[in-house]
Write a protein that binds this ligand. Structure first.
Ligand code: ATP
Ligand code: MG
Length: 580
């Protein structure tokens, strides 16, 4: 796979190829100018950022062209599906900010699809095969060699009917029989070589229909028909389905036209059309549901919403915003070329978003105490802008006093004149949004570790006053000791140590980045105290609060936060390597 560059990293982007198709259809009055799309997840796992690419396309087309996008759960395999997944999928789409028209389930159509299967049998277009899955696979042939016909291919219609009905009554064991479409065992498109239409699943009840059904339709026999029943005009999916498209059309050919007017509410001229775009792949992660499930089940991550996971709930907990994720999709665009997107672009996009909105606060990761020896009194409250130079974005209060926490690295006992921060007898340094100080000395413990730094301050140098204009070579961060909060800070990094874990041989779990999580305790300023209360709800959805911890990166308040303990997750560092 080659590394994809950004398709359109500019403000006003041109139409993508699907939008071009839609505009042409609109201009030609196809389907009476109706635009209807659907997002069709299988409720067998959590949504990941790859799905969001499809979501932005499906919902985006409907939004842009005043159509509707419905949510359709493609629930044709009860062995893997569950209501838990239905609920999280709905929640994640809502959080992303998209609104569906209606919710449908493929299982809504089990009755109609079963009737169509009976019709296919009666028309001699389907037969019950008693071979094993292995035998059927062996007979498929290759793209250049025709397949071999099943010995059951020409059994009489009556027998097919009787057996299929027996399959549905639960009289046949799972795996013993399937219903196959009788199409063409020599077709160069392998999907035409008598594809399976129905299989038996008796081992698991269906999460909606319970034990009503013992046979379940395959994707190819369910998807196009479901589109048709609902009135979908543009059935947009990923490129791996391109080879299924002729079969999608074949099945529709058998059920559309004047003889089948009752099947769809949109008349004999209406036809859904399938279109395909390139999947999203991102470096340093995996998006296969099977692999993600394994990571969760084996405790290699903390859950589906672990902030290192590429799931929507993981990205959210990591501090990604819906806007940044949507901007990312806009930047990568939609094409017909498979490729790999640099995770750096995703990080770049969230950084660009948070840069504009996240309030800045001080946090000290490796604290040492600073005592201002000439500071008299009990302290005072300073006011700082949430984002420097943007008074319209509000201000916050910063308690100030005689004892502060500063970063250990901001003080050197002995320094040369290239060191601009604190050193005894050295330069003047500004405390962020506060006064100018000068170091005078330090105290050490028996092992020689510095325990306290001493300094004096200039009372006339306060930021925001005339003396505040005096320049220093360096500004350092601080947090007042009495009011400081201790925060558990989770420093996340990429989940995998290699660029494309799916392309490597061997066990993908051995490719995990051993340093993807470090936990530290930091001193943070008291303005974050409000985060110790219940989360803020907007439209019934919990809102994440984002901050830039000065010099450290962008962080989000984690839901593990309690009234006693603040927990912050690092979304990304401040440094952007992507543009280099
Ligand atoms: P499965 O292997 O279980 O079928 P899936 O990733 O295809 O997994 P679905 O729930 O069937 O999951 O996907 C719903 C929709 O999301 C489909 O239309 C699919 O094309 C799209 N989709 C899934 N993965 C990606 C991806 N990486 N990039 C873009 N679209 C994706
Ligand atoms: Mg799928």
């Amino acid at each position: 796979m080659e590394m994809n560059k950004c398709e359109n990293d500019s403000e006003a982007r041109s139409l993508n190829f699907i939008e071009q198709i839609v505009e042409k259809d609109l201009a030609e009055g196809v389907n009476n100018g109706r635009i209807q799309t659907r997002f069709p997840p299988e409720p067998n796992g959590y949504l990941h950022i790859g799905h969001v690419k499809a979501i932005c396309m499906d919902f985006g087309i409907a939004e842009k062209y005043h159509g509707v996008c419905n949510l359709r759960f493609d629930d044709t395999n009860p062995a893997k599906e569950d209501t838990e997944y239905v609920e999280t999928i709905e929640r994640d789409i809502r959080w992303l900010g998209f609104k569906w028209g209606q919710i449908f389930y493929a299982s809504d159509y089990f009755e109609q699809l079963y009737d169509l299967a009976i019709m296919f049998i009666k028309q001699g277009k389907a037969y019950v095969d008693e071979q094993t899955a292995e035998q059927i696979a062996e007979q498929k042939g290759t793209p250049t060699e025709p397949g071999v016909a099943s010995p059951f291919r020409d059994r009489p219609i009556e027998e097919n009917l009787r057996l299929f009905e027996a399959m549905q009554r639960g009289e046949i064991e799972e795996g013993k029989m399937v219903l196959r479409a009788k199409i063409d065992m020599a077709n160069p498109n392998m999907h035409f070589r008598d594809p399976i239409m129905y299989r038996i699943i008796t081992s698991h009840p269906h999460h909606r229909t319970g034990r009503r059904w013992n046979v379940y339709p395959m994707y190819d026999f369910a998807h196009g028909q479901s589109d048709y029943f609902e009135g979908v005009t543009h059935s947009i999916c990923t490129l791996e389905f391109e080879v299924h498209r002729p079969l999608y059309d074949y099945f529709l050919d058998q059920i559309t036209g004047p003889n089948f007017a009752g099947l769809s509410p949109y008349g004999p001229d209406y036809r859904p059309k399938q279109r395909e775009f390139n999947r999203l792949n991102i470096t340093y992660t995996v998006m296969s549901k099977r692999k993600m499930l394994q990571l969760v089940k084996e405790g290699l991550v903390a859950g589906w919403d672990d902030p290192r996971m590429p799931t929507v709930c993981g990205l959210r907990r990591r501090g990604y915003t819906p806007q940044a994720i949507r901007n990312f999709m806009d930047k990568i665009g939609y094409t017909k070329v498979e490729g790999m997107i640099d995770q750096g672009l995703l990080e770049h996009t969230i950084r660009e978003d948070l840069k504009e909105t996240a309030p800045r606060v001080c946090a000290i990761f490796d604290p040492v105490k600073l005592v201002i020896t000439n500071y008299e009194g009990n302290g005072e409250t300073l006011v700082a802008e949430n984002i420097d130079g943007h008074p319209e974005l509000g201000t916050r209060e910063m308690p100030f006093g005689r004892e502060l926490w500063i970063e250990r690295g901001d003080f050197l006992e002995e320094a040369d004149n290239k060191f601009y921060r604190l050193s005894p007898g050295g330069r003047e340094v500004r405390l962020k949004a506060s006064y100018i100080i000068q170091a005078t000395g330090c105290e050490k413990d028996a092992d020689g570790n510095i325990t306290t730094v001493y300094a004096t301050y200039d009372p006339d140098s306060k930021s925001g006053t005339e003396g505040g204009n005096r320049k220093t070579k360096a500004t350092i961060n601080w947090v007042e000791c009495n009011s400081a909060l201790d925060a558990e800070v989770r420093l996340y990094d990429r989940l995998f140590a290699v660029e494309n874990p799916s392309a490597e041989e061997g066990d993908f779990r051995e490719l995990l980045n051993p340093d993807s999580l470090k936990v530290v305790t930091a001193k943070v300023e008291s303005s974050l105290r409000s985060e110790l209360h219940a989360p803020v709800l907007k439209d019934g959805i919990e809102q994440e609060n984002h901050y830039q911890l000065l010099k450290q990166g962008y962080f989000v308040v984690d839901p593990d936060t309690t009234a006693e303990k603040l927990v912050l997750n690092r979304t990304c560092s401040l440094k952007d390597n992507y543009l280099k």
